[in-house]
Design a protein around this ligand. Sequence first.
Ligand SMILES: Cc1cc2nc3c(=O)[nH]c(=O)nc-3n(C[C@H](O)[C@H](O)[C@H](O)COP(=O)(O)OP(=O)(O)OC[C@H]3O[C@@H](n4cnc5c(N)ncnc54)[C@H](O)[C@@H]3O)c2cc1C
Length: 418
Amino acid sequence: MQANGQSEVAIIGYGTAGVNAAIGLRTAGYEGVIRVFSDTDIPPYSPILTSYYASGEKTYEECFPWSAEELAELRLEVEAGAPVTELDPEAHLITTAKGTFPYAKCVIATGSTPACWGFPGVEGDEAFEPIVLRSMENAERLKAVLEDSTCKRMLVSGASMVALKTVEACLNKGVKVTLVGMNPHVLDFNALPPIAERFEKGLREKGVELKLGQVIKSVKRTDEGLEVTFSTGDVDVFDQISVSHGMKSNLDFVKPGSLEIDRALVVDEFMRTSDPDVYAAGDVAQGTELVSGQKAIVGIWKNAALQGACAGRAIAAELAGGEPAPECALKGSIATNTIAVNGTLFISAGTMAVTPERRTDLRETDDMSVLCIYEAMPDGGERLVGFNLCCDHDESGSVAYDLGAMLTLRIEAACKKA
Ligand SMILES: Cc1cc2nc3c(=O)[nH]c(=O)nc-3n(C[C@H](O)[C@H](O)[C@H](O)COP(=O)(O)OP(=O)(O)OC[C@H]3O[C@@H](n4cnc5c(N)ncnc54)[C@H](O)[C@@H]3O)c2cc1C
């Protein structure tokens, strides 16, 4: 079996979910070949740290969570610099420029790519590509721009966590930054207005110009730089533009119609897709979101790690001739977010959707605002389904962090009980 490759496990994507799938396989006793397909030549890195590398807060080496020794222990056959161009689940074949590889079980862990939906392009500079942030390559470019003394004014389009991390990198490098966001508030789907407003106050105090409820209408290359016309009619000039308009799951290589894809690959509690021999984990998977009970992408590091490990353990059990143990199932996860921009801290978890069955409770002190969302339960009680908080200072071990951790645990506990 091993000789023709049919008992090999393939992992497509060498990031958090991919590495944890390998860890899951090995810790569950799988001794066969694990072939990992990576589209880069560098070891697995953390996208979380890319903005800190760009701003000089982290070194290049610090962006790689696993040491060479830890990776060597996993005994992986890494096909580096080999982006997968086709996955044919029916034929059990993976194609790259290096050739075609058979597999018995496969984990798709290819993450996502920044999308520039809605960016109008640049008149007079058709080759212009806005700065985006995900890969180490993206971070290298942002770092070079921030260290280029001719870049004095940056426009960041988008108001998500990634956009705000780019804003922070600009502030840390002394680059004047303007943020333009289509919604009335920053933090898009992660904060409710009272919390977002406190965060916006913090940003303004740090010198960030906010242009909310508007978008970039057009951009023109002029002798002064990039002349941007906003949807309000305002015109301003910038040296660079960064775009964070969301992420798109990397699934172009999946043979059309071969797997159930909604916004990403729909998976069960063992990360199995609609094909029994193909699993998915991380930003490319749509598992159960615990508050809603719906299938959703929960695009955070911890979820990618848990899903990857779950897929690895389940595959090991199946290849050993059994079934994955029920206690190894991943019931689901909740979204959590933490970001601090130059001292203003934001933490959230769970849902931000305020439906008729839900009520909000806002508490404000001199230095912190906390908004909790409670849902009425059929027994007359209620459960915590989401919270978001903003604190005017960011100190590890502070009340804000403790409160954030405690409320997150409460949401998770309430989900398990419901
Ligand atoms: C700037 C930024 C900040 C973030 N901050 C946080 C944070 O503070 N907290 C948090 O929890 N999460 C954060 N996240 C999200 C977190 O990084 C992701 O949820 C997590 O990395 C997902 O892991 P993954 O393995 O699914 O994807 P990735 O880590 O992206 O790994 C996927 C790998 O697959 C590769 N690949 C893609 N296509 C192919 C192909 N065809 N063939 C072979 N390889 C391929 C990719 O290049 C990549 O190396 C942040 C993300 C970004 C971009």
